[in-house]
Design a protein around this ligand. Sequence first.
Ligand code: 5GP
Ligand code: ZN
Length: 114
Amino acid sequence: MENCIFCKVVKRELSAEIVYEDNEILAFRDINPQAPIHILIIPKKHIGSLNEIEIDDINLIGKIFIVAKNIAKQFKIDSSGYRIVLNTNFGAGQSVYHIHFHLLGGRFFRWPPG
Ligand code: 5GP
Ligand code: ZN
């Protein structure tokens, strides 16, 4: 989608530190990390937010969690623990409207989140 920064990362029009890629999914380091490990995992296909996912996206969204646990293992945070965050719309702090899963680790996370 035009003017979507994460679509631009997918098309390599915007640089990012990519840590994983396959034909459907891309993962790269967040530019403003909130934890020692902060990776964004996105579908290459433009989906604006969780509100826009369709039943046909089940496999894609499910695969993102397989990618997430593999990246957690790769960065050695699978045992210590990690958090997956999916912000949806402004009230939850979504600022980029291309669905993305934050994979955060390397520090302790409090509950409930702020
Ligand atoms: P949201 O607030 O929508 O849940 O998360 C958007 C995330 O994208 C933020 O954590 C922000 O730091 C990150 N971000 C915004 N622009 C860029 C960028 O150009 N490159 C990278 N790598 N991350 C970005
Ligand atoms: Zn996009």
